[in-house]
Design a protein around this ligand. Structure first.
Ligand SMILES: Cc1cc2nc3c(=O)[nH]c(=O)nc-3n(C[C@H](O)[C@H](O)[C@H](O)COP(=O)(O)OP(=O)(O)OC[C@H]3O[C@@H](n4cnc5c(N)ncnc54)[C@H](O)[C@@H]3O)c2cc1C
Length: 593
C-alpha cells in the first residue's frame, strides 16, 4: 500500500501498516524528516494527568468539543481523547525524550482551551522530536521511502483508488505506483493565503487529489488563523510564535499598554476564565484553584480580538499587537534564564530574525493562517474517505476539530488517526486484490502535468498567479468574512483559473520550480474555491469562520457539516446532518460544562 506524506500522520500510518505485515511505500515532496510536522512547537495534547490528576479523557473530549463549537465528528473527538495517552507513551517507548516532571514523568504544559496542563512537550521543539522518533522507528521497520516526489493524480478503477501518478522533483521523471490502498497524509493548505505559518509544502495537494478523484471534502470554511505570528521584519511575516509563550505567562497588550483580552470573554468560557491578571498568572504557575487567563482562550477568539484592536487603531508600530513574556521578571527570579530554557526556539527566532530579546522586551505579533480544520471527509473509526481504498489522516482529513482546533490536538490527532488509517488501510489492502491501472488516466495525467511546458514562455506566470491568489484569499476570505467580498473572490477565482490554464513555463523538467508551482497551483485553486463556497454557504459565525454579516451562531447550522464535491457542472456544495451525540457522551459534555 502507499502512504502519501511523511509528516507525523503519514509516518505513523506507515509504521502501523508495516507492523500489520503489508509492504508499504512512503512518498514525500521534501526530504524525509523535513515535513511540516517538524516545525511543531508547543506540544502533544493527551490527558496523561501527570501534572494535574483531575485530567482524564472525558475532560479532554469535552474541551475538544467545546473548542470545535460542537460541529466536530464526535466519534473522532472521543477516540482521540481516549487513545492519545497511549500514543504518547508509545512514542516515548520508541525513544522520544520529553521534558520531565520532578518525579520523572512526562511534563505537561498549559495551552489555549485545555482545562488542565495537557501538552507533552520537548521545550518548544516537540515536532522535531516526534518526527525524529517516528522516522527512526519507521526506517527500522523497512519502509520503502520515495523522497522529493510529488503525486499529481490518484488512479482509480471505478470509484476505488488503486494507485498514484507523479514525478521525481529532481529529475522530472514520471512514475506510477500501484497500490491496494492509499493513505493521504499531505498536511495543510496555508499557502492559499499570503500570511501563513505553514511551510512551502502546505499547498493542499491531498485535498486537490481527493477532490479530483471524486471524494468529498468537509468543513472547508473552517480555517484557523493563529493569533500570534511574527509581523516584523516583512521577510518573516506569518512565522509562528508558539502559544507556549502565553502558556508560560506571556500577555497581550495594545499600544496603550492595556491587556485587551479581559475586555471580551465569551459566555461559553466565562466560568473557566480568570477575571483578573493575578488569577491568570497563578494559573500559568500551576495553581489548581486559579482559572486560565483570557490570553489562553481559543485561537479563533484571540485572533478576532487582535483584529478588533488593529481596526480600532490600537495596534503596534508594524501592524500587530504586543506579546510580552519579559514582564514575568516582576514575578520570578532568574526570569531571563527561565524564558530561555522554556522557549529556546522563540528566543533564538526573535533574536536572529528581528533583533529582539524576548527576555527583555515585548514581541510584535499578529494573526497568521495556520491550520485547516476542514479537509477530506473520513469515517471516524477507519479513516476511509468516501472512496473505497482511499484513506486520509492528519491535517488533510476533517472531523475531529469541528469549527476550531485546540493547540496540541493536531500532534495527538496525527498519532491517533495516523495509526488507525494505517491499520484499516492495511486491512483493506489484505482483503482486496491489486486493481487495474487505466492507461488513459495515466496518459491524461501526464498531459495535464506537461501542459505548461507546451505553452512555453506564455504571458502568464504560475508564480504571479499564486501570489495574486494568496493576496485575494487574504483580503476577501480571511479572518472576517462578508457575502459580497466572497462573491468577488468567486469571480476572482474564475479569472485566476483562466489565467492558470494559459500559464506557461520554460526550461527542462529537472528541478524546475516553475513547473512545481504550476502543479501546486491547481490544488491551491481547488482548495480556495472550496473554502469560499463553503464559507458562503455557512450563514453564521462559528469558530474559525466569522461572518460580519451573520455575527452569531445559528441553531440550524449547529447541526450540519458543509460538504464540497466535484459535480458535472463544477464544485457542488451540500449540507449533511451531524449524527446525534449518544447519551453517554452528552452527559460527559454536561458534566464538564
Ligand atoms: C509552526 C507550527 C507550529 C505548530 N505547533 C504545533 C504544536 O505544538 N502542536 C500541535 O498539535 N500542532 C502544531 N502545529 C500543527 C501541526 O504541526 C500540523 O497540523 C501537523 O504537523 C500536520 O501534520 P501532517 O502529518 O498532517 O502533515 P505534514 O507534517 O504537513 O506533512 C505532509 C507531508 O505530505 C507530503 N506531501 C504533500 N503533498 C504531497 C504530494 N503531492 N506528493 C507527495 N507528498 C506530498 C509532504 O512532503 C509532507 O511529507 C503547528 C504548526 C505550525 C505551522
Amino acid at each position: 500500500m502507499l502512504v502519501i506524506g511523511a509528516g507525523g500522520a503519514g509516518l505513523r500510518a506507515a509504521i502501523e501498516a508495516s507492523a500489520a505485515g503489508v509492504k508499504v511505500g512512503l512518498i514525500c515532496k521534501s526530504l524525509l524528516g523535513k515535513a511540516h510536522t517538524v516545525m511543531a512547537e508547543g506540544g502533544i495534547a493527551a490527558a496523561l494527568a501527570n501534572v494535574d490528576d483531575r485530567d482524564n479523557w472525558k475532560v479532554h473530549f469535552a474541551d475538544t468539543m467545546r473548542g470545535g463549537q460542537y460541529v466536530n465528528n464526535w466519534r473522532m473527538a472521543e477516540l482521540h481523547a481516549r487513545e492519545a495517552p497511549d500514543r504518547v507513551r508509545e512514542l516515548e517507548a520508541w525513544g522520544a525524550l520529553f521534558d520531565r516532571t520532578n518525579d520523572g514523568r512526562i511534563l505537561q504544559r498549559n495551552f489555549g482551551g485545555h482545562k488542565y496542563p495537557r501538552l507533552a512537550h520537548v521545550g518548544d521543539r516537540t515536532g522535531l522530536e516526534m518526527i525524529r522518533t517516528l522516522q527512526d522507528h519507521g526506517i527500522h521497520r523497512g519502509l520503502d521511502v520515495h523522497m522529493e516526489f510529488t503525486v499529481v493524480s490518484l488512479l482509480t478503477e471505478g470509484p476505488r483508488v488503486v494507485g498514484a501518478f507523479g514525478y521525481e522533483r529532481e529529475r522530472g521523471r514520471f512514475r506510477i505506483f500501484k497500490a491496494r490502498a492509499v493513505v493521504l497524509a499531505t498536511g495543510g493548505i496555508g499557502r492559499a493565503y499570503c500570511i501563513t505559518s505553514n511551510s512551502w509544502e502546505g499547498t493542499g495537494d491531498g485535498h486537490g487529489l481527493a477532490y479530483r478523484a471524486g471524494a468529498e471534502l468537509m468543513d472547508m470554511e473552517f480555517v484557523q488563523f493563529h493569533p500570534t505570528g511574527m509581523v516584523w521584519p516583512p521577510s518573516v511575516q506569518g512565522l509562528l510564535v508558539t502559544e507556549g509563550v502565553r502558556g508560560e505567562g506571556g500577555v497581550l497588550r495594545n499600544r496603550e499598554g492595556r491587556r485587551f483580552m479581559f475586555d471580551d470573554i465569551p459566555e461559553l468560557y466565562r466560568a473557566q476564565t480568570a477575571d483578573n491578571p493575578e488569577e491568570g498568572w497563578r494559573y500559568t504557575q500551576g495553581d489548581r484553584n486559579a482559572r486560565r487567563p483570557p490570553e489562553l482562550l481559543t485561537r479563533d477568539h484571540v485572533a478576532r480580538c487582535i483584529v478588533r484592536e488593529l481596526k480600532e487603531g490600537r495596534g503596534s508600530p508594524h501592524g500587530g499587537v504586543f506579546l510580552d513574556i519579559s514582564w514575568i521578571k516582576e514575578k520570578i527570579p532568574n526570569a531571563a534564564e527561565h524564558i530561555r530554557k522554556k522557549l529556546p526556539s522563540m528566543y533564538h527566532q526573535f533574536k536572529e530574525l528581528a533583533n529582539i530579546d524576548i527576555t527583555a522586551e515585548p514581541m510584535e505579533i499578529g494573526p497568521t493562517t495556520h491550520y485547516a480544520m476542514g479537509g477530506i471527509r473520513v469515517d471516524g473509526d477507519t479513516q476511509m474517505s468516501t472512496l473505497p481504498g482511499l484513506f486520509a489522516a492528519g491535517e488533510c482529513a476533517a472531523g475531529i476539530n469541528g469549527a476550531n482546533r485546540l493547540g496540541g490536538n493536531s500532534l495527538s490527532d496525527l498519532l491517533v488517526f495516523g495509526k488507525r488509517a494505517g491499520e484499516y488501510a492495511a486491512q483493506f489492502a489484505k482483503a482486496n486484490g491489486t486493481g487495474a491501472i487505466d492507461e488513459r488516466q495515466v496518459e491524461e495525467a501526464a498531459q495535464r502535468s506537461l501542459a505548461p511546458f507546451e505553452r512555453g514562455a506564455a504571458p502568464e506566470n504560475p508564480f504571479k498567479i499564486q501570489q495574486d491568489l494568496q493576496g485575494m484569499m487574504q483580503d476577501l476570505v480571511g479572518i472576517v468574512r462578508l457575502e459580497d467580498e466572497m462573491q468577488r473572490a468567486l469571480s476572482g477565482l474564475e479569472d485566476l483559473n483562466a489565467r492558470a490554464a494559459r500559464a506557461g513555463i520554460t526550461g527542462h523538467r529537472e528541478y524546475n520550480t516553475g513547473w512545481h508551482t504550476a502543479q501546486d497551483l491547481e490544488n491551491l485553486l481547488i482548495v480556495s474555491e472550496a473554502i469560499t463556497r463553503a464559507a458562503l454557504d455557512r450563514r453564521e459565525s462559528r469558530g474559525g469562520h466569522f461572518r460580519e454579516d451573520f455575527p452569531d451562531k445559528s441553531a440550524e447550522f449547529g447541526t450540519v457539516n458543509v460538504i464540497v464535491k466535484k459535480g458535472g457542472g463544477g464544485m457542488e456544495v451540500s449540507r449533511t446532518p451531524i449524527p446525534p451525540l449518544p447519551p453517554e457522551l452528552k452527559q460527559v459534555i454536561e458534566e464538564n460544562k
